[in-house]
Design a protein around this ligand. Structure first.
Ligand code: URP
Ligand code: ZN
Ligand code: ZN
Length: 460
């Protein structure tokens, strides 16, 4: 099966040029101007951009958390991802204390197998380190799982101590792995949460007030210090705060291999959301929380300057009804997380490119190329080159969109960006050469998405 995409404007992290793209057997076969190649189908991309499929390295589908399970499973989550132009996701397989890391991977493989609309991989979240589980790390890196997550927050749930952080950093880096961290000081948050609840403060805004920016900055700094001590590369997930970003920038200036992602919610939403009437603030309960208005300017600057390398969604959806409502009388019982896998690319294009923060090439780097390089997928994914997987997004820069829960593919009863409108939207999405979205309609074959083994970490 050969598909020819004609007259599009190809955008990679480094180049912008007009050419035709020939796809054969799931891969890009040729890139040339005015191609006369014969094909089974021809797609006209005149006036449209062609991006490498976007890569979302931070999702939580079918995840047990906060006394419930996230609302999107691997079918709905990856379909929503594809609708938004994302053709690879990396989810978190979370270790059950007392069990092995391999057991976590088997559990998450069962959740995903045969259900995914796009390709997928797994990070391994370490919650219970002992002699046996630490010994699993080298084999996991070699087996296609080169990234490990540790939590400095969620006390008595996922949080690990400093000794564990240090040991995982050392072992993973020796084996060619990258350690990812949720950096907030869980002990500080635990004390502040208790104080707020004792004072009768139960509303959603107290979720944010019990997790101040200092709790994030301190944890980021501590983790960077431990990474430095271990000569290990490290990656901070969902960085939300200007102070924390300052610590990353300082470390990078010293030449340390420290990387960080932020997410659209920290660029587009702020603390005021928690005051939405009728318990509406619960929709935005996530960790780290939304910050004061103005903070986002530093994050946009970080994306433009290179101190932030990746934009991921941290998609972790919970319905407002029955799930977020679990915390009506106690903000600490609101499940943490929000949807965003479908809207990440559109939002970043609207805010970043149309908003004048960076150019098209930097946009592609943030949503596709840098995640591919950092997480061992490049150049199979994350670029448009002969031999790469034909994961492609044909993007209409003039098409208008309005975000709404009524039209989304995400399986959740609200959208945090309800009513947000902008310009620029994917019109065709290809996964390994198969068209899976056509003007907002899913046209893929169920279970097309495959597990992708990733390569060990290489410094970028
Ligand atoms: O609130 C969030 N971010 N929920 C998902 C789990 C995590 O911490 O990434
Ligand atoms: Zn987290
Ligand atoms: Zn997360």
């Amino acid at each position: 099966m050969r598909t020819l995409i004609k007259n599009g404007i190809i955008i990679t992290a480094s180049d912008t040029y007009k050419a035709d793209l020939l796809i054969e057997n799931e891969r890009i076969k040729a890139i040339e101007a005015n191609s006369g190649a014969k094909a089974d189908s021809i797609v006209d991309a005149t006036g449209k951009y062609i991006f490498p499929g976007a890569i979302d390295v931070h999702t939580h589908f079918d995840m047990p958390f906060g006394g419930t399970v996230s609302a999107d499973d691997f079918t709905t989550g990856t379909t929503a991802a594809a609708a938004g132009g994302t053709t690879t996701i990396i989810d978190y397989a979370i270790q059950t204390p007392g069990k092995s890391l391999q057991d976590a991977l088997e559990t998450w493989h069962r959740k995903a197998e045969g259900k995914c609309a796009v390709d997928y991989g797994f990070h391994v979240a370490v919650t219970d380190l002992n002699d046996d589980t630490i010994a699993e790390i080298p084999d996991l890196v070699a087996g296609g799982y080169p990234s490990f997550k540790v939590f400095m927050a969620y006390k008595n749930v996922f949080q690990v101590d400093d000794a564990t952080l240090l040991k995982v950093l050392k072992k993973a880096s020796e084996a060619g792995g990258l350690v990812l961290v949720h950096a907030e000081n869980g002990d500080v948050i635990d004390v502040l949460t208790g104080e707020m609840l004792s004072a009768g403060h139960t509303e959603p805004v107290y979720h944010a007030l019990s997790r101040p920016p200092q709790a994030e900055e301190e944890a980021v700094n501590r983790f960077i210090t431990m990474a430095d001590l271990s000569s290990a590369p490290a990656y901070i997930v969902h960085l939300s705060d200007a102070g924390a970003l300052g610590r990353v920038a300082e470390a990078r200036l010293r030449g340390l291999p420290i990387y960080a992602e932020t997410c659209p919610q920290y660029l587009f939403l702020d603390l005021q959301c928690y005051y939405e009437a009728d318990f509406g603030g619960a929709k935005y309960v996530m960790s780290p929380p939304l910050r004061e208005s103005g903070n986002e300017e530093c994050l946009w600057d970080g994306l433009a300057s290179g101190n932030l390398q990746v934009v991921a969604s941290d998609h972790c959806s919970f319905n407002f009804k029955e799930q977020k409502e679990m915390g009506r009388n106690d903000f600490s019982k609101i499940p943490n997380g929000a949807p965003g896998v479908e809207t990440r690319v559109q939002l970043l294009y609207a805010g970043g490119v149309n908003g004048g923060h960076f150019n098209l090439n930097r946009f592609v780097d943030l949503v596709s190329t840098a995640p591919a390089r950092l997480f061992g997928l490049y150049p199979r994914k994350g670029t448009i080159a002969v031999g790469s997987d034909a994961d492609l997004v044909i993007f209409d820069p003039d098409a208008e969109f309005t975000i709404s829960a009524k039209t989304q593919h995400q399986n959740v009863d609200y959208n945090p960006y309800e009513g947000f409108s902008g310009q620029g939207t994917p019109i065709y999405v290809f996964s390994r050469g198969s068209m899976i979205f056509d003007h907002g309609k899913y046209c893929g074959a169920g279970g097309h998405g495959r597990f992708v083994k990733r390569k060990p970490f290489a410094k970028v």
